[in-house]
Design a protein around this ligand. Structure first.
Ligand code: C2E
Ligand code: MG
Ligand code: MG
Length: 320
């Protein structure tokens, strides 16, 4: 185990330890059977088309309802699952549950063009049957492959040729692929050039700079232009304020997600949200548009970066 890994796991243990009940060894032990004991949960966050404000997708985010009663967040157990190998079973559960939920929404709201996004760890990608498993699961759930988005962080680019082959396999299957947390890895441009991604997700650390740091805004502008140059949809993560939404819309960002539109919610609460989203969709001008057209063909008019700044007033100069 590399020193970095040990330090990371210790950090997890300390955070979990703050609950005064959970320790690394217990988490390791419990994680293996968590999927079969039905302890994982998915929370759902809407993905909104910025031009119209309509919900066009949903990201599924895992939580672990630990037997002690605590709801654990992914940074407290996903690294452990990756280390222990239980990430494969966990990932399979996530995919099945998320596709099952999409199938329910498709039945309830058949005309609504929705995608479901799941996060995929590099360790899942390296598992040899991953593409075949995904194909079987989509077939069983009756989901068209282009309704599924798999979000992969840039770190995969540092991994083996095997991961790249799996990416190609998923692409051939028709699944849509997103680079998550774009800009935080170290091989962004090469990833864009070499891999068949459909969506770039701008990391929220840049989005949070809107209105405070002109350089973040310039970077976002550049990422949006770059994404469109490579014909990928651009999604901005972590939109919390109206100002961020306004600037991103003005810069031509396609879709976004964040607390401004909706926090991740458990399945029951999200069903109520979906009901409202469907109502908005039904009364919109784009009712009846296919999801691919929605995501690719209705780009917002773009403004220059400084014009976008003017829309929300002067951007404060960065403190040096
Ligand atoms: P991510 O895929 O980039 O997900 C976005 C994270 O930002 C989520 O945290 C979400 O709750 C949070 N978030 C969303 N909107 C806002 C906002 O407006 N402000 C702020 N401050 N945060 C916001 P979460 O759920 O704790 O997930 C953290 C990470 O864990 C995810 O980052 C993803 O990399 C990983 N993860 C989540 N679910 C899974 C999963 O099923 N499998 C795997 N392998 N990883 C997962
Ligand atoms: Mg994600
Ligand atoms: Mg992200």
């Amino acid at each position: 185990m590399a020193i970095d890994d040990v330090q990371h796991l210790r950090a997890v243990e300390v955070r979990a330890g703050e609950s005064a009940v959970l320790h690394l060894d217990d988490l390791f032990r419990d994680l293996g059977g968590a999927a079969s004991r039905g302890e994982f949960r998915l929370h759902y966050q809407p993905i909104v088309q910025l031009r119209t404000g309509l919900t066009v997708g949903v990201e599924a985010l895992i939580r672990w309802q630990h037997p002690t009663g605590r709801l654990l967040y992914p940074d407290q157990f996903v690294p452990l699952a990756e280390r222990s190998g239980s990430i494969v079973a966990m990932g399979r559960w996530v995919l099945d549950e998320a596709c099952g939920r999409l199938a329910c929404w498709e039945r309830a709201y058949p005309e609504m063009p929705l995608t479901i996004s799941v996060n995929v760890s590099v360790h899942q990608l390296l598992y040899s049957d991953f593409v075949a498993d995904t194909a079987r699961l989509l077939w069983r759930r009756g989901i068209e492959p282009d309704r599924l988005v798999m979000e992969i962080t840039e770190s995969f680019a540092a991994c083996s040729e095997r991961a790249r082959q799996q990416i190609q396999g998923l692409k051939a299957l028709g699944v849509r692929l997103a680079i998550d947390d774009f800009g935080t890895g170290y091989s962004s441009l090469r990833t864009l050039r070499d891999c068949p991604f459909d969506i770039v997700k701008i990391d929220r650390s840049f989005v949070s700079g809107i209105g405070h740091d002109v350089r973040d805004q310039q970077l976002i502008h550049a990422i949006i232009e770059l994404g469109h140059l490579f014909d990928t949809e651009v999604n901005a993560e972590g939109i919390e304020e109206r100002e961020q939404f306004t600037v991103l819309s003005a810069l031509g960002c396609d879709v976004g997600q964040g607390h401004y539109f909706g926090r991740p919610l458990d399945a029951g609460s999200f069903d109520a949200f979906m009901h409202g989203a469907y109502h908005a969709f039904r009364h919109s001008e784009i009712s009846g548009t296919s999801p691919l057209r929605l995501n690719g063909g209705t780009r917002a008019p773009r403004f220059a970066c400084d014009e976008a700044s003017r829309l929300v007033g002067a951007v404060a100069p960065r403190a040096s």
